[in-house]
Design a protein around this ligand. Structure first.
Ligand code: NAP
Length: 324
């Protein structure tokens, strides 16, 4: 263990929240590079890096290029950008930022759901364009939350916070995970297709990664049906965006509300062109309050590891790893 935290070199590749960077700089020895590319580090620096704090892709090759690496502190609860399985094989700890963003993201999901159904963004544009005066009231929305049957995909921390909010709206709630959750009153569906057939509204909070890649496809959208609404606050990689755009265009589902996309910040033209899609630029956790809490947790994980030999929020793949 290091006697002094100021002797520990923490590498920050690419962008990171200013508060994390400032706290790393005052506590550790900070080194920054423009992207997670081993070519940007000289031999001495490569050998001295003991921690990475990041919100960008950290792949196996980058991990392997840092022989003294002990911990990767990821900004965000979703850590699909980090090759955590490879880190585990190398004995490198990976941490994320769960819990501190749960309620904010659940709030956003409810806002996105209501906006998708009731078209508040378009209604405000109508007012601002003077149409209320010129043309009269905004047209009645075909969409409503009333009577909807909601299916949550990914009933974890955020999914359960969304479900708790939805209870207050008087809608029915069911869910799909790989495993049923103990002690919740919602109907469990062991398959995504089974859930899509049973409900008319899907809210996905599923993580990214190979296991969920393009799980929302034509079959799922057709099972949801022409009154179907698809909300995604999880990861864009879980969606076959061509199939979604086609389903929206052809009226095979009614509407979609998306906070996340497969190739951010690029959004396919076919989705931009869909009048029945409500699109947000990945703002699920994006308040000053919550991003500050996430930024602090990134640094508190580093301090936990190097000072107390216990990071606060290790990811499951590396939970067993102990400081050297
Ligand atoms: P969590 O507590 O780990 O919940 C994830 C849930 O997904 C679990 O219930 C898990 O249940 C389920 N799941 C995992 N793999 C699955 C699969 N292959 N098929 C079906 N269900 C699966 O995580 P969380 O804190 O709620 O965060 C969830 C995700 O939200 C993050 O990974 C991130 O991608 C996303 N997120 C987005 C934003 C945003 O700004 N839009 C912000 C924060 C988080 P089982 O293990 O039983 O399958």
């Amino acid at each position: 263990m290091t006697a002094s935290l100021s002797d520990v070199t923490v590498l920050v590749p690419a962008r990171l929240h200013d508060r994390s960077v400032a706290r790393i700089e005052e506590t550790f020895r900070l080194h920054r590079i423009a992207k997670a590319d081993p070519a940007l580090l000289d031999e001495d620096m490569r050998k001295s890096v003991r921690a990475v704090a990041s919100m960008c892709v950290i792949d196996a090759a980058f991990i392997d290029s840092l022989p003294a690496l002990e911990i990767i502190a990821n900004f965000g609860v979703g850590y699909d950008a980090v090759d955590a399985q490879h880190a585990a094989r190398r004995g490198v700890m990976v941490t994320n930022t769960p819990d501190v963003l749960t309620e904010e993201v659940a709030d956003t999901a409810i806002g996105l759901l209501l906006n998708t159904l009731r078209e508040f963004g378009r209604a405000e544009n109508w007012l601002r364009a003077g149409n209320w005066v010129l043309k009269g009231p905004y047209p009645l929305t075909r969409g409503t939350l009333r009577g909807r049957r909601i299916g949550i995909v990914g009933l974890g921390r955020i999914g359960q916070a969304i479900a708790r909010r939805l209870e207050g709206f008087g809608v029915s709630i069911a869910y799909h995970n790989r495993n049923p959750v103990e002690g919740v009153p919602y109907a469990y569906h062991p398959t995504l297709l089974g859930l899509a057939e049973a409900v008319d509204t899907l809210i996905s909070v599923a993580p990214g990664g190979a296991a969920t890649a393009k799980m929302f496809n034509t079959e799922v959208f057709d099972a949801l049906g022409p009154e179907g609404v698809f909300i995604n606050i999880g990861r864009g990689s879980t969606v076959d965006e061509d199939s979604l755009a086609a389903a929206l265009r052809d009226g095979r589902i009614f509407a979609a509300g998306l906070d996340v996309f497969a190739d951010e910040p690029h959004v396919p033209v076919s989705l931009l062109d869909a009048p029945n899609a409500t699109l947000l630029p990945h703002v699920g956790s994006a308040s000053v309050h919550t991003r500050n809490a996430m930024a602090d947790l990134v640094v508190d994980n580093l301090i936990g590891w190097f000072r107390d030999r216990a990071p606060l929020t290790p990811v499951p793949e590396t939970r067993h790893i102990k400081p050297r």
